[in-house]
Design a protein around this ligand. Sequence first.
Ligand code: SAM
Length: 162
Amino acid sequence: MNYYNEISKGYDELYGEEQMNKARLIASKLVLKKDDKLLDVGCGTGFYLDLFGCDVTGVDPSEELIKEYKGNHQVLLGRAEELDFADDYFDVVISITAIHNFDDIERGLKEIERVGKNRFVFSVMKRSDKFGLIERLINELFVINEKVFEDKDVIFFCTKKG
Ligand SMILES: C[S@@+](CC[C@H](N)C(=O)[O-])C[C@H]1O[C@@H](n2cnc3c(N)ncnc32)[C@H](O)[C@@H]1O
């Protein structure tokens, strides 16, 4: 967490382009209505949130990254492991290159499943040593409908199990 607080001012310059490409790819494949509620877990500076064109909420535990957010959506301090929302509250939940940072990945994914109605997108960093664990948990907790191999991430498009 300290890492993200420390680099907050330079985050968009360092990672902006590569993260924007992933967000564009996700937005282009999600068919969203203007009043759909979308949650982004681990949204960082949230510079790409406007792309989705719907009612967006972001959560991230880094106070400094959140301070860098300049848009009009709701961006809140929070962790994946304890999402302060009702069951099935969001039409879509996404998480872009953040899951490997969760302190408790299984708990974070279970919380995401709880607050989401039925559509989930997880962009997972291929070179993370937790990639195998993350993929196994996604497979256990969700139905994977499509996997897109992006330059640095694999993007999982999922729905709820039974
Ligand atoms: C590589 S950044 C990605 C940020 C943003 N999604 C993007 O694409 O620019 C990883 C993010 O995970 C966040 N993070 C760390 N621990 C987390 C947790 N327990 N729950 C949710 N997000 C977390 C960090 O604060 C950081 O913003």
